[in-house]
Design a protein around this ligand. Structure first.
Ligand SMILES: Cc1cc2nc3c(=O)[nH]c(=O)nc-3n(C[C@H](O)[C@H](O)[C@H](O)COP(=O)(O)OP(=O)(O)OC[C@H]3O[C@@H](n4cnc5c(N)ncnc54)[C@H](O)[C@@H]3O)c2cc1C
Length: 412
């Protein structure tokens, strides 16, 4: 591994250049490296880093993390919560609770856990740093690509270029690679706004110090909280239909901006929303599923390919699954990288489309009003634990390693 800052070109030809060093880009580089490919990761930021908040990982994410060889280090940083609890934020009553203990782990082969984003990202970054065949570059802004029959030239910092057999665009929601590949314009601004804060344990209201992922559902709003880092911290995410029209990403926000959206909340969640002295703001965006992610030697991965609302808590999990699928396809077709990318695309497109569209429906479920709110309680309240697990099997029971090894249909 080499790690360099400020780079304009490289004399080497790589098997893969990966644009973007987020969870998607690094996991894809590590998966490819473990199959023996030589990979360069080009990250525009000064450092490889994630912002300081929590993330939920379904059992399907741990399957992929184990494939990457970093499952144990991710588990070390994770908190293994007991339930996914759904509360009504108007009357304070429980809507439903999914036990994610022994039976859940047994059915899906792995736990459901929560982790600090920085710890997850570091686990994967450390894996890349330990690999001899991954070169990591920061301050390397990818500006575009030109491909020929024999290789691809990736423009960096408007000056130099990297050469590779293939380019993976893992450059997030506003992907430069997607813009050149698909030219399908700006992401859809949902209008929903999320405010995040991370609280030290002592600031967390005592009556809400639960070892669970708790979601308080209200009309047009929801509030999520769970512990992080061995209970040193609690993650708080509050979301509202604020009808925002312009994307925002990790911007400062005051409690005065946040609180007016949550006046209907009952006492417990309201006390929590009042607690942070500052928040960070995101305006949520997604896209409808795309018909195509690849073109010759270029493919998209993670949010660049299938940005989704966070309501299934699966965007990063999908990027991890993508990485497994891509590495398996590349190993199956070492002789023909373009064919490998099409196999990857065929394997992943339907699965991620289900999540993109399902996440929009999940938002409606969380934010239900009137009759929908009553029906939600009736349905969830009547479900047994076995029924919950059966309903979630399509999502958490997906074994990306097995599916990818079986091989997607060959491109016609
Ligand atoms: C509020 C919220 C909560 C969420 N909760 C969850 C959850 O609980 N579980 C879950 O699985 N997912 C969750 N997600 C989704 C998850 O955060 C994303 O799906 C995931 O981080 C996407 O990773 P990525 O690597 O594809 O993209 P990104 O994280 O956006 O990384 C892209 C990287 O590319 C770099 N880059 C961009 N352009 C260039 C360029 N031109 N050249 C070089 N580098 C470039 C960026 O600097 C960045 O480092 C949530 C999202 C939100 C908004």
């Amino acid at each position: 591994m080499t790690e360099q800052r400020v780079v304009s070109d490289s004399s080497q030809t790589y098997d893969f250049v990966v644009a973007g060093g987020g969870i998607g880009g690094l996991s894809c580089a590590l998966a490819l490296a473990r199959k023996g490919f030589r990979v360069a990761v080009l990250e525009r930021a000064r450092e490889f880093a994630e912002f300081g908040a929590g993330i939920q990982l379904g059992p399907n994410a741990f399957t992929a993390l184990d494939y990457l060889g970093v499952g144990e280090s991710a588990r070390d940083g994770a908190v293994f919560i007991d339930h996914l609890i759904f509360m009504d934020s108007l009357d304070g009553e429980q809507i439903g609770s999914i036990d994610i203990g022994e039976d859940f782990r047994h059915q899906f082969g792995n736990p459901y856990a929560v982790i600090h984003r920085g710890d997850l990202h570091r686990s994967i970054l450390d894996g890349c740093r330990e690999a001899d065949n991954v070169d990591l570059f920061t301050q390397a802004l990818v500006t575009g690509f030109e491909q020929t029959d024999t290789d691809i030239r990736v423009g960096v910092n408007g000056a130099g270029a990297f050469r590779a057999r293939a380019l993976i665009g893992a450059d997030g929601l506003r992907s430069t690679i997607r813009a050149q590949l698909l030219g399908d314009g700006e992401p859809r601004v949902s209008g929903h706004v999320t405010y995040r804060a991370v609280l030290p344990l002592e600031q967390m209201p005592e009556e809400l110090r639960w070892n669970d992922m708790t979601i308080w559902c209200g009309p047009g709003t929801h509030v999520v909280h769970y512990p992080l880092r061995g209970w040193e911290l609690f993650n708080l995410v509050v979301t509202c239909h604020a009808h925002a029209t312009v994307e925002a990403h990790n911007e400062p926000a005051t409690p005065e901006e946040v609180l007016p959206w949550f006046t209907e909340l009952c006492d417990k969640p309201m006390a929590l929303v009042r607690t942070p002295s500052e928040y960070r703001r995101w305006v949520l965006c997604d896209r409808p599923p795309a018909e195509q992610w690849t073109d010759g030697r270029v493919a998209l991965l993670g949010d660049a390919a299938h940005p989704m609302l966070q309501y299934f808590a699966q965007g990063a999990c999908m990027a991890l699954e993508d990485s497994v699928s891509l590495a398996e396809a590349a190993a199956q077709r070492r002789d023909d990288v373009a064919a490998a990318l099409v196999i990857y695309e065929l394997d992943r497109m339907q699965r991620t489309a289900d999540l993109q569209l399902g996440s929009r429906m999940m938002g409606r479920f969380y934010h239900a009003t009137g009759a929908e709110r009553r029906v939600r309680k009736e349905i969830m309240g009547a479900m047994s634990q076995a029924e919950f697990r059966d309903h979630l099997a399509w999502l958490y029971g997906h074994d990306v390693c097995r599916v990818a090894r079986q091989g997607a249909p060959e491109p016609s």
